[in-house]
Design a binder for this molecule. Structure first.
Ligand SMILES: C[S@@+](CC[C@H](N)C(=O)[O-])C[C@H]1O[C@@H](n2cnc3c(N)ncnc32)[C@H](O)[C@@H]1O
Length: 290
């Protein structure tokens, strides 16, 4: 992976610009998804995956039919590579993304049989025949109506849902920096722009699934990053700062020196970051699940 180097040339990217992502954009580059995949795998709740596996075992026994899973906003297929081996049974995945290249890449690289589905999840009308709906790093990009639609679709299909890595806005970076609080406030506001749920997504989704008759269990799934994650930390810092400056231009004059302080600490092996996420497991309550 070659990272373009931002420069001070007029018209060139700002020195703090993100290199692999458009900050806050739901469009994800394969390089950004690949960079974050190991941290995502380490962060997702193994406990909730184990509960899902045992629920499927109790319901389906050792039946011959594959479990049908749909990964919404699948990106390059990180969720399948993490979850499929944990379910230890025959599976067929449908990898959904509105980005056709990603949907196909996810299906192609899936460890179990998979079929790509290209389209916007808000256009889905029926998930009949689906046992499990999953997503990863998606819900905070949606709005309340999208989440309501998702809960209704899962309820209609009697599908269980495992919804992982939703940002919560709980971020700590050590050593602390004077710009932390204004950057956090601007970043969170940017995430909430135009009705997106941003850091409210886990609460709103848990509420929606509860109202639709699911028993919802929530677990924290933070990234815990340090010197061994330098490339990811740098890109995450850049993306966060880029979004914060877009939201609050008064931060711009301070952005380059703030980033430099962070990068110096990172290079010295002194920087640690915890980035909050939440995982939700939603089980149909009435026993009518597939
Ligand atoms: C942050 S990426 C996460 C990708 C992947 N789930 C992972 O964990 O690596 C969000 C993905 O959701 C997709 N996406 C966002 N909104 C969507 C929508 N409304 N319908 C379908 N896909 C969507 C994007 O194209 C992108 O691939």
């Amino acid at each position: 992976m070659v990272l373009p180097v931002p420069s001070d040339v007029p018209g060139a990217p700002a020195p703090w610009a993100a290199r692999l992502s458009e900050p806050g954009s739901p469009v994800c580059s394969p390089d950004w998804l690949a960079l974050r995949e190991p941290a995502d795998h380490a962060a997702r709740s193994g406990e909730l995956a184990a509960r899902l596996a045992s629920r499927l075992g109790a319901r389906l026994g050792a039946g011959p039919d594959p479990v049908v899973l749909r990964d919404l906003g699948c990106g390059a297929g990180s969720m399948g590579r993490w979850l499929a081996p944990r379910l230890a049974r025959r599976q067929h995945w449908f990898t959904h993304d509105r980005d056709a290249e990603l949907a196909h890449r996810a299906a192609r690289t899936s460890p179990v049989p998979a079929t790509a589905v290209v389209g916007d999840l808000t256009d889905l009308t029926d998930l009949a025949g689906t046992d499990v709906v999953v997503c990863s790093a998606l819900l905070d990009l949606l709005d309340a109506a999208d989440v309501e639609h998702l809960a209704a679709l899962c309820a209609g299909a009697g599908a269980t849902a495992l919804l992982t890595l939703t940002v919560t806005g709980d971020v700590t970076v050590d050593p602390a920096d004077p710009l932390d609080a204004p950057v956090a406030a601007a970043f969170d506001a940017h995430q909430r722009r135009e009705g997106r749920l941003g850091p409210d997504a886990a609460d709103v989704t848990a509420d929606a699934f509860t109202r639709h008759g699911f028993a919802v269990t929530r677990r924290p799934s933070p990234w815990r990053l340090g010197a061994g994650d330098a490339a990811l930390v740098e890109e995450w810092l850049r993306g966060r700062l880029d979004a914060a400056c877009a939201q609050d231009p008064s931060l711009t004059p301070h952005a380059a020196t703030h980033l430099q302080r962070r990068l110096d600490a990172l290079a010295a092996g002194r920087l640690h970051a915890q980035v909050g996420h939440a995982d939700l497991l939603a089980l149909p309550r009435d026993g009518g699940d597939r």
